[in-house]
Design a protein around this ligand. Structure first.
Ligand code: NAI
Length: 288
């Protein structure tokens, strides 16, 4: 398998990440199928991508023709079999639960052609926890995008002990082809690089909040105006989704057994109240 053999990419899960990853690939010239078990999520993805593309046209970043051609290359599909039967590369972006991902990878192994690479966009789960659900572990790896995928340039490619050099190299080349910047990790670690660093920052931000040292607004201001971060930690959690943050921390806690990895009380309470961030209209901030 080499990069020239990749013509068709299937993205599984049309939520916040999957929808934009699919668009990134279509804009780069690939034939893309975006699949989701939930029709409503697919419809929302289409609507949201249309809005994003219209704004880019208005700002002069893309032409109408470029957008039309990208949408012509992008199809939306409910049935998994249809979405992957002729695909060369799969990027999975479904819910952050290892059992659900394992079940999907087992199905993907049965439904995709033998040459197809199966990558996961998981934020924490290393692909060795999933690869043995397939009969092609050498073709399984992590390909981790950042939110919002249309904007953020970095992609972390993680080569597990089971992942072949070929799979890792093709994934790095694919990352370049879709106009992103790859880093290749040759050793697995839960959470990879960027989010591990971010996790430490988040812990401190929540510590300062829970000890009533500063408000979310003040902490965000400190990060943006003193540390020159483009966005503060609380605005970022709202953007990512508090539920996603919660699942990531639980996943890491289950792996490490370290109490420090658990989601904080503040996060647990907000998730229980349905204050999941931007998508819910309320998180640490309120959105209209
Ligand atoms: P989301 O909740 O917005 O979307 C998940 C989508 O997957 C939903 O539309 C759901 O209907 C669909 N789905 C669930 N099970 C499915 C299945 N078996 N087959 C097909 N579709 C299925 O989640 P989000 O935020 O897009 O996250 C997806 C993945 O991306 C997770 O693994 C997460 O860790 C990872 N990720 C998330 C980031 C974020 O900031 N939200 C950043 C980078 C990675």
């Amino acid at each position: 398998m080499n990069i020239e053999q990749i013509n068709h990419i299937s993205v599984i899960g049309s939520g916040a990440m999957g929808s934009q990853i699919a668009m990134v690939c279509a804009l780069a010239g690939y034939e893309v199928t975006l699949q989701d078990i939930n029709e409503e999520s697919l419809a929302k993805a289409k609507e949201s991508l249309t809005g994003h593309m219209e704004r880019r046209i208005k700002k002069g970043r893309l032409t109408v023709d470029e957008v039309n051609r990208a949408f012509n290359r992008l199809s939306f599909e409910n049935k998994l079999e249809e979405a992957v039967k002729e695909t060369d590369y799969v990027i999975e972006a479904i819910v952050e639960k290892v059992d659900v991902k394992r079940e999907l990878f087992q199905q993907l192994d049965e439904l995709t052609p033998p040459h197809t690479i199966l990558a996961t966009n998981s934020s924490t789960i290393v692909s060795s926890q999933i690869a043995d659900a397939t009969k092609r572990p050498e073709k399984v790896c992590n390909m981790h995008f950042f939110n919002p995928a249309l904007v953020m340039e970095l992609v972390e490619v993680v080569q597990g002990p089971h992942t072949s050099e070929e799979t890792a190299n093709v994934t790095v080349e694919l990352t370049n082809k879709i106009n992103k910047r790859p880093i290749l990790l040759k050793k697995e670690i839960s959470g990879f690089v960027a989010n591990r660093i971010l996790g430490k920052l988040m812990n401190e931000a929540i510590y300062l909040l829970e000890n009533e040292i500063a408000t979310p607004e003040e902490i965000d201001l400190a990060c943006t105006k003193a540390l020159n971060h483009p966005i503060g930690p609380f605005a970022l959690i709202d953007l990512t989704g508090l539920d996603v943050h919660y699942n990531v921390r639980m996943q890491r806690y289950e792996e490490s057994g370290n109490e420090e990895d658990k989601p904080s009380e503040t996060i647990i309470e907000k998730v229980e109240r349905g204050e999941l961030g931007r998508k819910a209209g309320k998180g640490f901030y309120t959105y209209s």
